[in-house]
Design a protein around this ligand. Sequence first.
Ligand SMILES: [Zn+2]
Length: 343
Amino acid sequence: MISIRLIAVLFGLLLASPAFAQVRVVTTLADLAWVAEEVGGEHVQVRSLCAPHEDPHYVSPTPSLVAAVGDADLFVEVGLNLEIWTDRLLDGAGNPKVRRGGVGYVLASRGVTTKQRPATLSRSQGDLHPEGNPHIWLDPLNMKVIVGNVTEGLAQVDPVHAAEFRARAEALNARIDAALYGEELLALLGSALLDRLAQGGQLHEYLERELAGAPLRDRLGGWLGRAQAMQGRSVVYYHQNWIYFADRFGLSVAAYVEAKPGVQPSAGHLKRVGEIVTANRVPVVVVTNYYDERLPRRIASDAGIQAVSVPIMTGGTKDAVTWFALLDKLVVAHATAFEAQTP
Ligand SMILES: [Zn+2]
């Protein structure tokens, strides 16, 4: 009798232990893995297929990646033709649960308003992005949409813990709001109004309003507070993967080192970029750390300005292990370049 009771107890412990029923989540990018871990907590076991210092456009669907997708309960990708390698991966894995349209498939970009949608579809325009720019995760407002999509995916495949996932998502989004606007302005105006203003491009105009004799702008904190010095200023990037960040933080993109995404620039184009840098008093050329830095560094040194290499994905450097740390790093790297420049 005792041994049967013991077995029952042990079995009960096994069922109750989080490892027993963890949802196996596979994501394309580390940023999506980070979201799944934040929302899923102890109920998930997460793997990202693309390393955070690897170009997400080009990942080889190796047998080990195919096997991971074959075992997955939930598969999360950005979509928008960023991960052009996932078609082969999903086909090869033969896991109906995570096929597009399956219960365990999450399109993380669903509901995000895309930018830079090409007017004409032609490979002569460079690579890749016919549905608009897919590099969406550096805009905190987009990140909240991604959090919502991942949360609903988790709730679908693990309905028992759905309420917990939604509560954790709400807490995560509140942390994103505080990091973006600062606690003081957030408490004063609330995230619904702030998001609506930011989404419509009217936030800075609205913050000129006065409260108790001082403009509301003085109460803006967080990343947007730090970014005030770069409002309307110009920057040069290597690839077209910064438009959401630039727009959110008020930067104007004067030029890209790549004339067309994914295509090596000509000497004539590089010369033109140099002229644009001088004419717009661009203080910095920013290059994502998985691209070759030689061209951007040459343009920068010819123009007498600095080139900065930065990660674009969570975990892309050792000091950017969370998405919050990544955004901190990016806002500081940009703001520092503009603050150092004499007006
Ligand atoms: Zn791209």
